[in-house]
Design a protein. Structure first.
Length: 124
């Protein structure tokens, strides 16, 4: 269990070019440094949770720590390294780039949700 980090080109775990990488930037597995993802070509097995965050956001770190402790997988996108992600976050937050913004597999969005709210939305 862990995360897929997108939008970070400065990581030594950057993935080779693939569909996800072309659309969202390099990918790395952030689960205790386990492995490198070469490319994501299908969303079929992708986590049903995407967290839009920044590296400096304490609320983002807290939520990710709680999700990791609960064994809930998620995709993380750093909006400071992904202009399209920043545009998305602004579009669902009245023009503000509020993080963490969470997008669920059904397309619904929450801003700074608690772990319990995430679990409820995921049916856990």
């Amino acid at each position: 269990m862990g995360t897929i980090m997108a939008g970070r080109s400065d990581t030594p775990f950057a993935a080779p070019d693939g569909m996800w990488a072309r659309e969202h930037g390099p990918i790395r597995n952030n689960a205790l440094g386990r492995g490198v993802i070469s490319a994501v070509t299908s969303t079929e097995n992708a986590p049903a949770l995407t967290i839009y965050s920044t590296t400096w956001c304490g609320y983002c770190r807290r939520l990710k720590t709680q999700l990791n402790a609960s064994g809930i997988e998620y995709t993380e996108i750093d909006i400071e390294n992904d202009p399209a992600a920043a545009d998305f976050v602004g579009s669902v937050n009245g023009g503000n780039h509020v993080v963490p913004t969470v997008k669920y597999g059904d397309g619904s969005v929450a801003t700074n949700p608690s772990l319990n709210q995430v679990k409820q939305a995921l049916g856990l």
